[in-house]
Design a protein around this ligand. Structure first.
Ligand code: GAP
Length: 547
């Protein structure tokens, strides 16, 4: 990305500019904005909706249409609640949460930065006017360099909230503390002990709000794939190894939604559950199980002797290539191979694909080797067999699974951050100006081509421009713009990330001689270079680049 020389843009400043452009140009809006918004929920505007559709369509195409061994599923969001018991979400899908005793603000306990200072303790307080006493102990942390009165002020507010009009603090003592996470980093007030908070949104199916009718909005799309494994297998004529792909909404009542859309309460996932033979079956069938190549990146076509490790490496590489194909180059991504002690109890290996966001390098997708955990759990809890009879291997088994699981909204945010660029350019009058340009890969760009008649009051130009629009629009998203100076129109499309602009001018309609008649200028967003091409060649030039 080229930033103006000598002016490195700070990450927070860059993020602010991105958020502002997203609102201004209709990529992302705060949900329910006219009512003050709702934390953790976002809406995609006209450009954002197109970007999102393109991303999902490209994932779907690469996963299902371009492969023989993956089929799709589109399952309901609310499912039988027993599914979440079997999957472990009812018991373990929870974050430790603490509340500020003064403001009631809620934090994730594991996200509190350790602090050092002097902890002040009080045994209670007494109202100086009424003589009423509150015996509840309280504590506040005094950060280094702050006057002791500021800790006492916090305590006074605490006891005022408990009904004392003029509290006199009782039994004060102090203690030096280091790296404590027991205090609110914003005001120093004591936090509650951590309590586990389940992240699933709960509702009720039917007219009675009883526990028997409790249901959950799915916190991941994956479980629907596991519970429909047998139906898909029987109807799709697939054989293990094969996969089931799904794109859909997921909901998590995150304690601290943050970093714009990065951690939301409603989001979309693109998940693949790829079912493979257990290693013992591969060994029995092939004599041995292949190990990962030195490069760690096995490529197509998959081989019969691949065990879980090679399949896992294969999917990591496939996913990296897909990100590259939509404009996230390898240097913008990182792979994080979870350490043994970090792995979920059922996972044999998990790799996170991270993107270097302006606010830090963070997860876009997790690729987990989950063994036979999920299908076994559903077999146990439902009493229905999840076994597969493998004719080639003459063996019966519960398939193992490799799960590449990506978040649509996080990817959109990564694409937007990656595309955002500012550069200094000189306009037609020789004046320097800053051009804001969204350098989306043409495959994901919301609008592929801007169509511009040079002048809106020349019917011959307009007629030709509309004809070009009608020629291209069955094949790609086009935007017709005849308002304002041509330079302004180009800038508007640069900000929308439109990779190509087609201008219909007097040459096009033959006013400057027959040799240029039927040609237009094709402008390239990134280089701003223009070339003269025939209208009849436009489709064959543009289509391969935007598909
Ligand atoms: N089935 C496995 C699973 O759900 P996960 O790591 O919890 O794994 C997968 O989620 C992906 O879903 C993440 O890598 C992320 O892209 C996306 N995701 C998870 N929680 C999210 C949230 N609160 N907001 C936006 N995206 C989220």
């Amino acid at each position: 990305m080229s930033e103006p020389a000598n002016q490195p843009v700070k990450p927070t400043e860059r993020m602010e500019k991105i958020v502002s452009l997203c609102k201004r140009r209709g990529f992302i809006f705060q949900s329910s904005e006219i009512y003050g918004g709702i934390n953790g929920f976002w809406d995609y505007g006209p450009l954002g909706a197109e970007l999102k559709r393109n991303v999902k369509e490209l994932w779907w195409k690469s996963m299902t249409k371009m492969r023989e061994d993956v089929v799709g599923l589109d399952a309901s969001i609310i499912m039988h609640p027993a599914i979440w018991k079997a999957s472990g979400h009812c018991d373990t899908f929870a974050d430790p949460m603490v509340d500020c005793l003064l403001t009631k603000k809620r934090f994730r306990a594991d996200q509190i930065e350790p602090q050092s200072g002097v902890a002040y303790f009080w045994s209670g307080a007494k109202d100086e006017t009424s003589g009423k006493e509150v015996c509840e102990p309280f504590s506040a942390l005094l950060a280094p360099g702050k006057p002791a009165e500021s800790a006492r002020k916090v305590a006074t507010q605490f006891y005022t909230q408990r009904g004392l009009q003029a509290p006199a603090l009782l039994g004060e003592r102090t203690e030096k503390v280091e790296n404590t996470t027991k205090y609110n980093p914003e005001n120093g007030a004591l936090l509650t002990e951590p309590r586990m908070f389940n992240l699933m949104f709960k509702s009720h199916a039917g007219p009675v709000e009883s526990e028997e009718n409790a249901v959950y909005l799915r916190p991941e799309t994956a479980q629907a794939i596991f519970v429909q494994f047998k139906n898909v297998l029987e109807t799709s004529r697939q054989k293990v190894p094969f996969g089931i792909a799904q794109i859909g909404k997921a909901f998590r009542n995150e304690i601290n939604p943050r970093n714009y859309t990065f951690r939301s309460r409603e989001f979309e996932q693109m998940e693949l559950e790829f079912f493979i033979k257990p290693d013992e079956v591969v060994e029995k069938q092939c004599g041995s199980v292949a190990s990962l190549p030195e490069s760690g990146a096995p490529t197509d076509p998959p081989q019969a002797n691949w065990g879980w490790e090679v399949w896992h490496g294969y999917w990591v590489e496939q996913r990296m290539r897909w990100y590259e194909s939509i404009g996230l180059t390898r240097d913008t991504l990182e792979q994080y191979w979870q350490k043994k002690e970090e792995l979920a109890h059922y996972a044999r290996a998990t790799v996170d694909i991270l993107y270097k966001f302006p606010f830090g390098t963070q997860e876009l997708e997790g690729i987990a080797a989950r063994g036979c955990f999920d299908l076994t759990q559903h077999q146990t809890h439902s009493g229905k067999s999840m076994e597969y009879f493998d004719q080639e291997a003459t063996a019966k088994y519960i398939p193992h699974v490799i799960e590449p699981s990506a978040g649509v909204d996080r990817l959109l945010l990564a694409l937007i951050c990656n595309a955002y660029d500012e550069e200094e350019v000189v306009d037609e009058k020789g004046k320097a100006e800053v051009r804001t340009v969204m350098r989306f890969h043409p495959r994901v760009a919301p609008i592929k081509v801007g169509i511009f008649p040079l002048l809106r009051n020349k019917p011959a130009l307009v007629e030709k421009a509309l004809a070009v629009r009608d020629l291209l629009r069955p094949f790609m998203n086009v935007f017709y713009d005849d308002a304002g100076a041509i330079g302004r129109r180009y800038r508007r499309q640069d900000e929308a990330g439109t990779p190509f602009g087609v201008t219909i001018d007097f040459d096009t309609i033959g006013e400057n001689g027959p040799e240029l008649e039927g040609t237009v200028t094709l402008r390239h967003r990134d280089s701003m270079k223009q070339e003269r091409v025939k209208i009849s060649d436009l489709l064959s030039i543009l289509l391969p680049q935007v598909q």
